[in-house]
Design a protein around this ligand. Structure first.
Ligand code: NAD
Ligand code: MG
Length: 395
């Protein structure tokens, strides 16, 4: 008899979290949602608890957890409700848990994702910000505690699928020449440069191919998402920056590629639906059904490729600069970007001010090495403070 894998979903009410629950629901003989977590969406969490009856539900927010606990009692559900960051860490590391889906958005995901790695779990990593911020500190922790890291980000999952089985981190030994990281180019790939100044949050969040959370949607529109993904690929596959080439591919059908020294290029293709990389990582090394329809090549008909335009997408360049600089710079880039995106979504600054602010903050903070999670958290705090200073001067 197969043992049922117990899964904690960090960020279950989000876009990736919901897709993960969809895959779990298709395979009750394989997976159980052991713990679900969210920031403050009580209504959605209650519905998830009703459907999946998890052992634990954690709301970051104390008031939300009280509301949830009372609703859960009324609904006669046996789920135990907890709150706070320590509880997120707890449900990511309890001995009953086999697998942790890290799908909180932004720097908020770092502590529970670290807790999962430290407890030696199978970590399914959607929260790219953890790798961007902490880099080797996180990958060293994974190795030290014999945790396993599988990429959920569709591009990195595609690269993982295109690398040889048992890839050990040595690209040269695997005969890899370089990685081709595909990008859709987002909603403003063809917009006039002048029009970008007046872009609204609604326009920026209307991604042509993917249905995602707000923050990553804006990141896709600025192409900071691809910049963060270059850094993510660097750490996941031990790839030097000059071995990661960004290719704009507007159809989002090829999710990324690996080029080999013999001239072969191996790609992973599929409809743009996160349930494919999620099911791949959850079932690995087996293939399991995901609910994603088969790719219709005749309907697609064309696959196009373009060079990214740095003038249109300065955030991509800033991310490469942060990766080259190393040390605390990727964490500075990430924090400044989070504040910039949040401020743009609140209509406090223009879309085109996003790279201006990030550049300013990167220039203001001195480059330093980071050795511990505390160093990362301190850098994150400092960069946020500098971002807020810049914003205050703007108004
Ligand atoms: P989302 O905004 O839809 O969901 C975020 C989840 O995190 C929610 O459950 C929310 O309650 C929780 N959360 C937010 N702030 C929190 C906090 N301070 N503390 C605890 N929990 C908090 O985001 P998403 O689009 O699902 O993205 C999640 C992560 O996956 C991001 O890192 C993103 O870059 C990555 N990712 C997403 C997609 C996608 O298709 N959506 C694809 C690739 C990678
Ligand atoms: Mg991606």
């Amino acid at each position: 008899m197969k043992t049922i894998r117990q899964i904690t979903i960090l960020g279950s009410t989000g876009s990736v979290g919901e897709s993960t629950l969809d895959v779990i629901a298709r395979h009750p003989d394989r997976f159980r949602a052991f713990a679900l977590t969210a920031n403050n969406n009580v209504e959605k969490m209650l519905a998830q608890c009703q459907s999946f009856q998890p052992r634990f539900a954690v709301m970051l927010n104390q008031k939300s957890s009280e509301q949830l606990a009372s609703a859960i009692k009324t609904a006669n559900i046996k789920t135990e409700v907890l709150s706070g960051i320590e509880s997120l860490e707890k449900v990511a590391s309890l001995p009953e848990v086999d697998t942790v889906m890290a799908a909180i958005v932004g720097a908020a995901g770092i502590r529970p994702t670290f807790a999962a790695a430290q407890a030696g779990k199978l970590v399914l990593l959607a929260n790219k910000e953890t790798l961007v911020m902490a880099g080797h500190i996180f990958t060293d922790l994974v190795k030290k505690h014999h945790a396993t890291l599988l990429p959920i980000d569709s591009e990195h999952n595609a690269i993982y699928q295109s690398l040889p089985h048992h890839f050990n981190g040595n690209l040269a030994a695997a005969g890899v020449s370089h990685i081709l990281l595909t990008a859709s180019g987002g909603p403003f790939r063809c917009a006039s440069l002048d029009s970008l100044e007046n872009v609204t949050p609604e326009q920026a969040c209307a991604h042509p191919n993917w249905d995602m959370g707000q923050k990553i949607s804006v990141d896709s529109a600025t192409m900071m998402n691809k910049g963060l993904e270059v850094i993510e690929a660097h750490w996941l596959f031990e790839a030097p920056p000059d071995k990661i080439q960004v290719v704009i591919h507007p159809q989002s059908v090829i999710h990324s590629m690996v080029a080999y020294v013999d001239g072969s290029v191996i790609a992973q293709l599929g409809n743009p639906d996160m349930r494919t990389p999620i099911a791949h990582a959850m079932g690995y090394p087996e293939r399991i059904e995901s609910g994603v329809s088969a790719l219709d090549m005749f309907k697609i008909a064309h696959l196009d490729f373009e060079q990214p335009d740095i003038k249109r997408f300065p955030c991509l360049d800033l991310a490469y600069q942060a990766l080259h600089a190393g040390g605390n710079m990727p964490a500075v880039l990430n924090a400044a970007n989070e504040i910039a995106v949040e401020s743009f979504l609140q209509r406090r600054m223009a879309f085109t001010a996003i790279p201006t602010m990030i550049k300013h903050v990167m220039q203001t903070i001195q480059r330093e090495e980071m050795m511990t999670l505390d160093d990362v958290l301190r850098t994150d705090k400092l960069a946020r403070a500098k971002s807020h200073e810049w914003l205050a001067n703007l108004q």
